[in-house]
Design a protein around this ligand. Structure first.
Ligand code: PLP
Length: 1021
C-alpha cells in the first residue's frame, strides 16, 4: 500500500475566492496544519468562524460523502461534545468543487468552527483531563453508533487492523533497533485478527490525535475535553480502536504512559462500558497505532522532505514506544482492567479459591519444627509506632535487632511482616519510579516476610518444579531467590501458579536445576543472613504469583501504590500457603475519606484543612512528610518542625525524660534552669528572666499581662494584618483575625499602624519608609490617649508572617520602639515564628534591625512540635509582675518540655542550622528572583534566611494581588510533592519556612516545581 499523499497547494487568495464564490463569505483566511486536506481557519466579516478544507485532487467523492454523512449522523445524536457541522454552499451543496491551477478538480467543504484549545498545546494534562478525553471518545463512539457507509469499508493507511500492509514503511526508519521494533509490532497485530473480529464493530472516527482533540480553557484543573474535529479518517473497524488511538496520542509526553493510559481508559469506561475482550486487545492496538505513526512518518519524510506536519508526532510517538518497551502486554491488560473496576488478573480468583481450599494441606514453608510455635506480627507499616523514627528504621542493623527483640519478647519463633502493607522502609533509589506528576515510591509489600534466624530451612508448601533461581545481589534487593512452579487441579481442570522465596542463603542455589521436581515438605533452601540478602534483617520473603508476566526472580515483591490493585491480584495473600496459621493481616486503618467525614462529625467545623485534596499524613522525618501511601512530600511550610520532623535527638530526649519525671514547677528541678540559661544566653543581656509556657498564644498572653502589670495601663499598639494568638485578648490584638471573617473589629484599647510592607504598603519604594511607618506609633498613641487609654505595649513581629512574610524597611523597628518607649510603653517582639536562627544572619529577627525589645515571646519551633513556648523579659518587668498574685502554669516548664527545648537548642548548634538557614535561604532567594525573571506572575520575592515569601500579582505595574493563582500554585505543587501555603492579607503570598535542615537540593526541587507549575496554562498572564 502506498502511503504518499498530495496535499493541494492552495494559497490564501485561492481560499478567499473559494469562500466568496462557493459560500458567499468574505473574511480572513489563515492556513492550519493538516495531513491531506489544505485546511484554512476562516474569520468571516460577520464575525463567524469556520474551517475550510480543500481535498487532494483525486480524493474519491465517496470518501468526502462519508465524512459529511457521519457528521450529519452525529449531529442528530447531539452528544455533549463540540463537533463540526458541514455548511452548505450558496448552491446548497455540502461538497463544493474547486478547480486548481493545474485544472484538477478538488472537493471543498466548509465546517463550523469548534471552540477550544488543541490537546497538544494544553498544559498540564492532568489525570482528570485524561479521564475526560476517554469520556469524550466514548461519547463520540456512542454518537457514531448505528452509522454505516460504503466508503467506510475502504482500504486505508490508518487501518489499525491491517498494519501488515504498511510494514514496508519501516524500511525508512534509520535506527535498526527501532526499525525491528516497529516491524514486529506492525506484523504482530494481524495475528490478533481473530480477537479483533469478535469485538463490537462500527464506523470509527479513527483520528483522536492530540491536534484534533480540543480542551476547554483555561486548562487548570477545571479544563476538560470539549470537542473533537477533523473527520477525514473515518473507517469501519472495532470501535475500541478509537480509544486505542486516543490513548496513543493522549499519553504522549508522559513519564508513565501506562498510568496515563489507564486514566483515559477509566474515563471511557465510565461513559461506555468496555468488554473484557476489548480490554484484551487495547494495548496491542495502542502500540500498533504508535508504530503505524512512526513508520508512516518515516516513509513520508523520506518521500516528501520538508513537510513538518507529516512527522509532527514522530519523536513523541517514539518516546512513548520506548517507555512502554518493558511493559508486558498482560500487565497492560491487567492495568486497564483495574481501571475499569474489574479483577485485574482474571486468573487470580481461581488461585485464591484453590489456596483457601488447600490451606490445610499446605506443608509449613519453615519446616515442621517452626510451624508449631507462636508467631508475632512485625508491623513495618509507614505509620507503625514500633520501630522509632525513619533514621532508626534506615539503620537496618538496628531494625534487625529490634525485630529479633520483638520476636524473642513475644516468646515467638517467627515474626511475620504483612502482605499489602504500605511500608516506610522502601525509600532507596531502587524503589523510586517516575510518575506523571512526581516521582513515586513503590511502598506496598505484596508477599509475607517471615523473620527467623539465618539458616532456617525453607520448605516447599506444595508439589512443584524449580522454575528459576538466581542471586539478585545488591543492597535492598532479594539476594538469592528461588521460584517454584506448581501445577494443580480444581474442578475446572489444571492450572499453574508460582511461589517465590527471596533473601535465601547463597548455598541454597547450589545444585539447583530448573525443571527439577520438588515434593511438598521438601527442604528447598535456607534463610540467608544480612550479608547476602540485600542487607535486610534475616527473613524469608514468601510470595504467591498468579502470572509471572514472563519474568523471573526479579519479579517485584514491592509494588507501586498506583497499581496496588494489579499487584495484589497478581500476588494474592500467601497466608493460606504458609502451612501454619498466620496472624491477621495489616491493621485496618481509617482512610482519608473516613477521617474527613469523622472530622466533620466530631471536631469543630472551623478547623481548616490544607489543599483542595487534603493530605493524610502519617509520618514525618527531617524536611519530609509522608502520606498514608508512603509517598514523601517536601515540607516547605512547617516551621514548627524547626530542626526537622521527628528529630531523633529530640525524640530521644522526650522519651528519656518522660520515663523519669514529668511534673510542674512547684518542685526544684535542674532542667528548667538549664533551659533558662541556654535561652537567655542567645539574647541580649537585659533579657534575663524566663517564663515557660505551652504555646505562642500563651506566651503573648503572658507578655501582654507583663506589660499591663508593669505599666499599669491597658492600651496596645500592633501592626495591621498582625496575628499573635488564639486567646480572647489576642484575637483582640490580632487585626488578621478581628478584621477578617467572623471578627468583631478592634477593641477600644487597641490601635493598629500600617503594615510596613516595602512592596505594597503605603510608603512603598520610599527610602525613608522605615521611620515613616514608625511615626504611626506616635499617631496611634495619641489616638489611644484621646480614647482614654494609655499605651501599655507595642507588640510586633520583627518579620511579619501572616501579613505576608513582610520584612519591614530598614530603621523601622528601632524608630518604632523608640517612639513606643517615649510614650511609656513596653516593646514586645513576637518571635514565635521568626526566632531560634530561622532568619539566618541572626538568632532572633529583631537583631536584623539592631533593635532591642523589653519582652520576647518564643513559641512554635522551640519544642520542635512539642508544646513548648517562653517569654523572656527584663528583671524590672518580671519583678513588677510579681505583685502578690502567683503565676502558675500546670504544664509550662515541666522537666520533659525543658529536656526537649534543650535538645532543640543543642541540635540548632551542633548541626549549624542557623548557618544552614542563612546559606540555603540566600541561594533560594536568588533562585526565586531568577524565577521571577521568567514568570511575570511573581511580583516580589522577599525574606531572610529560611523565612521567605513570594507574592503573585496579576499586574506588576499595579501590583494587583492574584490570590486565585496563589491557591492554584499551592494545590498544583502539592500534586507534585511539594508543600507550600499562602499568606498575606490578600492570600497571594506563597510562604516558605521549612524545617531548617532544608538543603540546596530541596531548594532546587522547590524552584523546579514552582517553575513547572507557573509554566502551566492557568498561570500564564
Ligand atoms: C506570630 C505568631 N504569634 C503567635 C502565634 C500563636 O501561637 P500558638 O498557635 O502556638 O498559640 C502564632 C501562631 O500562628 C503566630 O504566628
Amino acid at each position: 500500500m502506498t502511503v504518499g499523499i498530495h496535499k493541494p497547494a492552495v494559497t490564501a487568495d485561492d481560499a478567499a475566492r473559494i469562500l466568496l464564490g462557493t459560500y458567499g463569505i468574505e473574511g480572513q483566511v489563515e492556513p492550519l496544519a493538516g495531513e491531506r486536506d489544505a485546511t484554512m481557519a476562516v474569520l468571516g466579516r460577520d464575525g463567524g468562524r469556520y474551517v475550510l478544507k480543500i481535498a487532494p485532487a483525486g480524493e474519491a467523492h465517496e470518501v468526502l460523502a462519508l465524512e459529511v454523512a457521519a457528521l450529519d449522523h452525529v449531529a442528530q445524536r447531539r452528544p455533549p461534545l463540540g463537533l463540526p457541522r458541514v455548511l452548505p454552499s450558496t448552491a446548497g451543496e455540502r461538497i463544493g468543487r474547486w478547480t486548481g491551477p493545474t485544472g484538477q478538480a478538488h472537493g471543498v467543504r466548509l465546517f463550523t468552527w469548534v471552540p477550544g484549545k488543541v490537546w497538544a498545546r494544553t498544559n498540564p494534562h492532568t489525570p482528570a483531563l485524561r479521564r475526560s478525553l476517554g469520556a469524550a471518545v466514548a461519547r463520540l463512539t456512542g454518537a457514531l453508533e448505528g452509522f454505516d457507509h460504503p466508503a467506510a469499508h475502504r482500504e486505508f493507511v490508518w487501518d489499525l487492523t491491517r498494519t501488515d500492509r504498511v510494514v514496508h514503511c519501516t524500511a525508512a526508519i534509520a535506527d535498526p533497533g527501532r526499525r525491528a521494533r516497529a516491524e514486529s509490532i506492525l506484523n504482530a497485530l494481524p495475528d490478533a485478527g481473530s480477537r479483533l473480529a469478535g469485538l463490537p464493530q462500527g464506523v470509527l472516527y479513527n483520528d483522536a490525535n492530540d491536534w484534533n482533540v480540543l480542551v476547554s480553557g483555561p486548562a487548570g484543573e477545571a479544563g476538560e475535553v470539549c470537542g473533537i474535529v477533523d473527520f477525514g479518517d473515518l473507517l469501519a473497524g472495532p470501535v475500541v480502536a478509537d480509544l486505542a488511538i486516543a490513548v496513543a496520542y493522549g499519553v504522549m509526553g508522559t513519564r508513565d504512559p501506562l498510568a496515563a493510559a489507564a486514566e483515559i481508559v477509566s474515563g471511557y469506561h465510565g461513559e461506555r462500558g468496555l468488554a473484557e475482550a476489548e480490554l484484551n486487545v487495547l494495548f496491542p492496538l495502542v502500540q500498533a497505532r504508535l508504530a503505524l505513526s512512526v513508520a508512516v512518518s518515516a516513509e513520508r519524510r523520506r518521500a516528501t522532505p520538508g513537510d513538518e506536519y507529516l512527522s509532527i508526532s514522530e519523536a513523541r510517538a517514539w518516546a512513548v514506544l520506548d517507555r512502554l518497551a518493558g511493559t508486558a502486554e498482560r500487565m497492560a491488560e491487567y492495568t486497564f482492567r483495574a481501571a475499569c473496576g474489574l479483577e485485574p488478573c482474571p486468573a487470580s480468583p481461581r488461585l485464591r479459591r484453590w489456596l483457601e481450599r488447600s490451606a490445610d494441606s499446605a506443608r509449613p514453608v519453615l519446616g515442621a519444627g517452626l510451624a508449631a510455635g507462636p508467631v508475632v506480627p512485625i508491623d513495618l507499616a509507614i505509620d507503625s509506632p514500633d520501630f522509632g523514627t525513619l533514621a532508626d528504621l534506615d539503620d537496618l542493623e538496628r531494625t534487625r535487632r529490634a525485630v529479633e527483640r520483638r520476636v524473642a519478647d513475644a516468646g515467638a519463633r517467627v515474626g511475620i511482616g504483612g502482605w499489602n502493607e504500605v511500608r516506610a522502609i522502601y525509600r532507596a533509589a531502587a524503589f523510586r519510579t517516575e510518575g506523571n506528576e512526581r516521582d513515586e515510591f513503590r511502598t506496598v509489600h505484596v508477599g509475607l516476610d517471615l523473620f527467623v534466624a539465618p539458616g532456617t530451612p525453607v520448605c516447599a508448601p506444595f508439589d512443584g518444579i524449580v522454575h528459576s533461581f538466581g542471586d539478585n545481589a545488591g543492597r535492598y534487593d532479594y539476594g538469592p531467590t528461588l521460584i517454584l512452579e506448581h501445577r494443580v487441579r480444581d474442578a475446572a481442570g489444571q492450572f499453574a501458579f508460582h511461589t517465590l522465596y527471596g533473601h535465601l542463603s547463597v548455598e541454597s542455589l547450589h545444585g539447583l536445576r530448573a525443571g527439577a521436581a520438588v515434593s511438598a515438605g521438601d527442604a528447598i533452601a535456607h534463610v540467608g543472613d544480612s550479608a547476602v540478602n540485600g542487607g535486610w534483617p534475616p527473613h524469608l520473603h514468601f510470595q504467591v504469583i498468579c502470572d509471572l508476566l514472563g519474568r523471573g526472580g526479579e519479579f517485584p515483591g514491592v509494588a507501586g501504590i498506583r497499581d496496588r490493585a494489579v499487584w495484589l491480584s497478581l500476588s494474592p495473600d500467601p497466608g493460606p500457603a504458609l502451612g501454619f496459621p498466620a496472624p491477621p493481616g495489616p491493621r485496618v486503618r481509617p482512610d482519608a475519606a473516613g477521617i474527613a467525614a469523622a472530622r466533620e462529625a466530631r471536631l469543630g467545623p472551623n478547623l481548616s484543612l490544607s489543599y483542595r485534596k487534603p493530605l493524610h499524613i502519617v509520618r514525618g522525618f527531617r524536611q519530609f512528610l509522608y502520606d498514608a501511601d508512603g509517598q514523601p512530600f517536601l515540607d516547605c511550610v512547617n516551621n514548627v518542625a524547626h530542626v526537622g520532623h521527628c528529630h531523633p535527638r529530640v525524640v530521644a530526649a522526650a522519651h528519656a525524660q518522660k520515663a523519669v519525671l514529668e511534673t510542674n514547677t512547684r518542685y526544684l528541678h535542674g532542667n528548667i534552669i538549664r533551659l533558662a540559661e541556654r535561652l537567655t544566653a542567645t539574647l541580649p543581656p537585659s533579657l534575663e528572666v524566663c517564663f515557660f509556657v505551652n504555646s505562642g498564644s500563651e506566651a503573648n498572653e503572658l507578655a501582654l499581662r507583663l506589660a499591663r502589670t508593669y505599666t499599669r495601663r491597658r492600651g496596645l499598639v500592633v501592626l495591621d494584618s498582625g496575628y499573635h494568638g488564639n486567646t480572647t485578648a489576642l484575637i483582640d490584638a490580632s487585626p488578621w483575625k478581628h478584621d477578617g471573617p467572623g471578627g468583631e473589629g478592634s477593641p477600644p484599647w487597641l490601635r493598629k499602624i500600617p503594615l510596613p510592607d516595602p512592596y505594597r504598603g503605603r510608603y512603598r519604594d520610599d527610602p525613608d519608609a522605615g521611620p515613616k511607618y514608625a511615626s504611626h506609633v506616635s499617631l496611634a498613641v495619641r489616638d489611644l490617649r484621646e480614647s482614654g487609654f494609655e499605651p501599655a505595649a507595642l507588640l510586633v513581629e520583627p518579620i511579619v508572617s501572616c501579613g505576608g512574610q513582610v520584612v519591614p524597611p530598614a530603621g523601622f523597628l528601632v524608630a518604632a520602639w523608640e517612639r513606643a518607649r517615649a510614650a511609656g510603653a513596653v516593646c514586645i517582639a513576637d518571635e514565635v515564628q521568626t526566632g531560634l536562627g530561622r532568619v539566618g544572619d541572626a538568632f532572633w529577627a529583631f537583631q536584623l534591625q539592631d533593635a532591642l525589645p523589653d519582652v520576647v515571646t518564643v513559641g512554635k519551633p522551640f519544642g520542635n512540635g512539642h508544646p513548648l513556648a517562653a517569654v523572656v523579659t527584663t528583671r524590672a518587668i518580671a519583678d513588677a509582675f510579681a505583685n502578690g498574685m502567683e503565676y502558675f502554669n500546670t504544664f509550662g516548664g515541666n522537666p520533659a518540655s525543658c529536656a526537649i527545648g534543650l535538645a532543640v537548642l543543642d541540635v540548632i548548634e551542633e548541626e549549624a542550622l542557623r548557618e544552614n538557614a542563612r546559606d540555603v535561604g540566600a541561594a533560594l532567594l536568588r533562585d526565586l528572583r531568577a524565577l521571577a525573571g521568567r514568570h511575570p506572575l511573581i511580583g516580589d520575592v522577599r525574606g531572610r534566611g529560611l523565612f521567605l515569601g513570594f507574592e503573585l500579582v496579576a499586574d506588576r505595574e499595579t501590583r494587583t494581588p492574584a490570590p486565585a493563582a496563589a491557591a492554584g500554585l499551592v494545590n498544583r505543587a502539592r500534586e507534585k510533592g511539594v508543600l507550600l501555603a499562602t499568606d498575606g492579607p490578600d492570600h497571594n503570598v506563597i510562604k516558605i519556612k521549612p524545617p531548617l535542615c532544608f538543603t540546596r537540593a530541596d531548594a532546587g526541587q522547590l524552584v523546579a516545581v514552582v517553575d513547572e507549575v507557573l509554566a502551566e496554562d492557568a498561570f500564564r498572564l
